[in-house]
Design a protein around this ligand. Structure first.
Ligand code: IPE
Ligand code: IPE
Ligand code: MG
Ligand code: MG
Ligand code: MG
Length: 327
């Protein structure tokens, strides 16, 4: 039952995205819309779109009322991925070459800009009563994502990053969009301001857990992840795994980390050495524990929203999916 709900919402999101993008068809060799269609057709989980549709349904409306915001958040998400892959020098996304590798960096910058613009063209399809509120949240979120991405990059060359700074960085780069996806779905369904805030709070906690699992998969996942494994380790990203290892792994672990910092010449050896230090320090278990604590907080918001029956079960399923996913 729950799996068929996922299939249904996913299909709704896919169909809405496909229909919307048909307005800007790819022309072979156009260099602008082709990369947009390329990345959008690779799909991914469509989590943000599914969340927007789910919140609208939980507010008692047909999921179609949330199509403009579902499109907005999903296009915005894909725009951030296209630029993030340049910033992270990432060769793989969803099991395929990233846009800046398949085309070039200029293509990824410009097609990303086009997707950001398309996200706004999707948003303005909302009814006039909801548009100002929704656009304000959408644009505040976009600014916060930029701030988070800026911290993520700045932390690469810092060695005094704290866990609190890491949590704030992932809240900004990832959680606020997950939170906004739910809140915008609720706004599209005409929910009260108080309920919109509760949806946002649910998403904020879910988003923290989501990024912690993303970090776990980057270091310890398999080819299902569809990204270069160990990319965060190579780039000296200050993930929770890394911070925990630095703090609790002892002098040996600290020496390993210091030795490899800034090195890109022997990627396989660097990734292996640091993965081992992380495992030995107990960082994986600690990360999972913290991740589950954030899912539990998200579920407390689901209860505060008064979700019941199949709606409550659905969000419990989503909470489990965030932490158990393998891609
Ligand atoms: C990847 O997001 C970027 C993060 C914020 C962690 P997803 O894991 O949702 O990527 P897709 O859209 O499913 O490919
Ligand atoms: C990306 O975080 C967050 C945004 C795109 C805003 P990551 O850099 O960890 O995402 P992936 O792992 O490349 O998908
Ligand atoms: Mg990144
Ligand atoms: Mg990245
Ligand atoms: Mg990642």
């Amino acid at each position: 039952m729950i799996h068929s709900n996922l299939t249904r919402l996913r299909q709704q999101a896919d169909a809405a995205i496909e229909a919307f993008l048909e307005q800007w068809p790819r022309a072979a060799g156009d260099g602008l819309y082709e990369p947009v269609h390329y990345l959008m057709e690779l799909g991914g989980k469509r989590l943000r779109a599914v969340l927007a549709l789910s919140a609208a349904e939980a507010e008692g409306k047909a999921c179609e009322v949330a199509f403009p915001v579902a499109l907005g958040v999903e296009l915005f998400h894909n725009f951030t991925l296209m630029h993030d892959d340049i910033m992270d020098a990432a060769p793989l996304r969803r099991g395929q070459e990233t846009v800046h590798i398949k085309w070039d960096e200029n293509a990824a910058i410009l097609s990303g800009d086009a997707m950001y613009t398309l996200a706004h063209l999707a948003m303005v399809q909302l009814p006039a009563e909801q548009l100002p509120k929704a656009l304000k949240l959408f644009n505040q979120t976009a600014l916060e994502v930029c701030l988070g991405q800026q911290s993520d990059m700045a932390f690469e060359t810092r060695n005094d990053v704290t866990v609190a700074e890491y949590m704030e960085m992932i809240r900004l780069k990832t959680s606020v969009l997950v939170a906004a996806s739910l809140a915008l779905g609720a706004i599209a369904a005409d929910a009260s301001e108080e309920r919109v805030k509760l949806w946002y709070a649910l998403g904020e906690e879910l988003g923290l857990a989501f990024q912690m699992q993303d970090d776990l998969l980057d270091a310890f996942g398999d080819e299902q992840v569809g990204k270069q494994l160990g990319g965060d380790i190579l780039a000296d990203k200050k993930t929770f795994l890394r911070l925990y290892t630095q703090e609790y792994g002892g002098d040996g672990a600290r020496a390993t980390l210091a030795n490899w910092d800034g090195q890109r010449s022997n990627p396989a050896a660097k990734i292996e050495a640091i993965r081992e230090a992380m495992s030995a320090a107990g960082a994986v278990d600690a990360a999972k524990e913290l991740m589950h604590a954030h899912v539990a907080k998200a579920m407390a918001s689901a209860e505060a929203l008064g979700l019941e029956g199949s709606h409550l079960e659905w969000f419990q399923f989503l909470g489990g999916m965030v932490t158990q996913r393998t891609s």
